[in-house]
Design a protein around this ligand. Sequence first.
Ligand SMILES: [Zn+2]
Length: 447
Amino acid sequence: MMNKEELAPHVKEIARVLEGRVKEEDIERDLDNYLNVYRMSLEASRRHIVRKYGGDPNALTKGERKTLAQLGLNEGSVDILARVMSSTTREITVSGTPKTIQSGVLADDAGTTVKFTVWDLTKADLQPNTNYLIRYAYTREWNGQPELHLGNRVVVEERPDDEVVVPEGISIPSSGGRSAPQTVKVSGLQDNMYNVTLTGRILSLKNREVDTPSGKKMMFSGILGDETGRVEFTAWEDFNLREGEVVTISNGYVKGWKGIPRLSFGEKAEVTRPKIDFPSAEELSKEAVRTIEDIERTGGAFDVSVHGTIVDIKKGTGLIFRCPECNRVVLKGVCQVHGKVQQIPDLRVRAILDDGFAAMTVVMRKEVSENLTGITLKEALEEARETMDIETISQRFEERLLAKPVMVRGTVMSDDYGLSMTASEARFVTLDVKSEAEALLRKIEVI
Ligand SMILES: [Zn+2]
């Protein structure tokens, strides 16, 4: 349980984002309620309150998570997960006063390296051969390259050894710098990546003939998986691929569709068959859990699972009616395209899922909605007939879903309104109160 004193900085932060439109005591009461009664996480509660009063939850303090290769030359606030390859301290003089700073080189999974400087050793003291999650850092240009700066806002957390595994044989420059090509995992793929090397098992494969300017050509597509997830791929040449085999694809590239990364490889690519232990196809078809923030970073994701809390139920949830011609939702039996139609009843959930750091829309079709709410279309129709009101179903959906922790699985795409998942599965999860509490405590300590 968080006491008044611990809530105070968060109340102030929410009040800042809401520009003083809401009294601090109201914010405090809400925050206490969501945290201690609904047992929502601290971040989800903060975001929910801001949203509730019409503010923008993204205005809350939060660094943006990036890979080292994605770092711009002038980032204001960025989060990085990386390994310290080298680190030294030295004395400098700032305005006549001696000061100890630290500098060195960071590397990540992709083998990208970046030079860093720590300006306040009481905030961060980075040890070589150690992994860190570095939050609220910033970058400045140095010789045309980004250099990561850890200032007095920085929050550093040591992470387990297996969270960042730097590829062997990369050169560690004395002054940082970028390296190509990139070796990536499936969850690291995002639109417009080039010269990508990826190892995965082919989980499905099909071919079809396509017309190209140079005549008919066979094209191969399917799903490739590794321990971080699954991705759809297209091979524009015949690499003699076989379903079930493990391949390393070099010099592939990523083209996204509505933000969903898709791996492509053609004549410039090379496919090799490494003799390595690799998870089975069955293993690779299980839930690939990602955070919403991480999916935001890649713009979308194919067949992933997200754990979060339903913080809002959108209009169009519950019993709806569709046009038999075009499947659009109709109002009072009138389709905006086909006019008066014999409407078809359907069930749907449109909800906002928040995982504590970011939010996305989740859309559940009939079967998924029925399974999750326990209310079938048949029951909904009977109830609507009795009450002569379809709104009661929406209210029952809301009662069953709002503020509940769920696990949803599906493909996430992005549009002008942000991320949206079409769920193929959804289930309630019981919060592990102890680990949630520990996570909360960790957050309180660092904020
Ligand atoms: Zn229609």
